[in-house]
Design a protein around this ligand. Structure first.
Ligand code: FES
Length: 273
């Protein structure tokens, strides 16, 4: 939650942005991006290793695994994993790979069971990942140790009822990684938020193309002249960079006078020029 002082400071910054007629003093002259960053398989492999394998990734919502024993598959970032609402109430993530010969533990997108059983040879795990059942035990060595053959965990933490995973076992905790956003977002009440629907789209483009379209409002007057543009004052848009790669965009509504113009069909950006 932003306090009143911070809100006043941000509003003043918005006005300053609205008046600005040139880049701020000392703003660096940035080089053009090499186009290969959007096409190179080698660069994409680096991004997978250094971004997606080391960041906290949004994976799901508790409404998708609402009760103890519920589980869901998730495979949006390479290795397939299973996210489990444990019988003890804890939410955990595991590689969806049996410790016997690597078959998938769960094969449907969602399910519910007090035990996770691999379909290949029926090795059976508790919902906390512990291996508890191995058929034909007489064929295994006497000192065969089940305790070191549990499902391999993936880091999994919650922001309220929203589930995040991280493939980096040494990653900092989710709250620390989010930094100031953790408190700023408290007004969204993530501990009470419910899942109304979930939609997935496959886009035929580099992932940054989709992300970058949501990181600026430069395009708004030209791509959305009759929908978003009348609602957003692009000239007073404010971006703040936070640690760990986070950023905050504040896209204010037009001034009252601009809003009145918008009602008459004149976009704010046009009225301001
Ligand atoms: S591969 Fe899972 S029980 Fe054999």
């Amino acid at each position: 939650m932003l306090d009143a002082g911070e809100v006043a400071r941000l509003k003043a910054l918005m006005e300053w942005e609205g008046q600005r007629s040139a880049p701020p003093d000392g703003f660096p002259r940035l080089p053009d991006l090499p186009a290969a960053r959007y096409t190179s398989p080698e660069y994409y492999a680096l991004e997978c290793d250094h971004v997606f394998r080391k960041s906290w990734l949004f994976a799901g919502h508790m409404d998708e695994i609402p009760e103890p024993g519920c589980y869901m598959r998730w495979h949006n970032a390479g290795d397939p994993i299973v996210i489990v609402h444990g019988m003890d109430g804890a939410v955990r993530a595991f590689y969806n790979t049996c410790r016997h010969r690597g078959a998938p533990i769960v094969t449907e997108d969602r399910g519910k069971s007090s035990r996770l059983m691999c379909g290949y040879h029926n090795w059976t795990y508790k919902t906390d990942g512990t291996l508890v059942g191995v058929p034909e035990r007489q064929d295994f060595p006497e000192d065969f140790d089940l305790s070191c053959r549990g499902l391999l965990p993936v880091r999994c933490e919650l922001l309220g009822r929203v589930i995040f995973v991280n493939f980096d076992e040494n990653a900092m905790p989710l709250k620390e990684w989010m930094g100031p956003l953790w408190d700023e977002w408290s007004e969204f009440a993530f501990d009470r938020i419910r899942l109304a629907a979930r939609h997935s789209f496959d886009l035929k483009c580099n992932w940054k193309i989709a992300i970058e379209a949501n990181m600026e409002v430069y395009h708004v007057p030209f791509i959305h002249p009759n929908t978003v543009a009348p609602l957003v004052d692009a000239k007073r848009n404010l971006n703040t960079l936070y640690p760990n790669g986070h950023a905050r965009m504040l896209a204010p509504a037009p001034h009252q006078t601009d809003r009145a113009r918008a009602r008459r069909g004149v976009p704010a950006w046009l009225a301001a020029d």
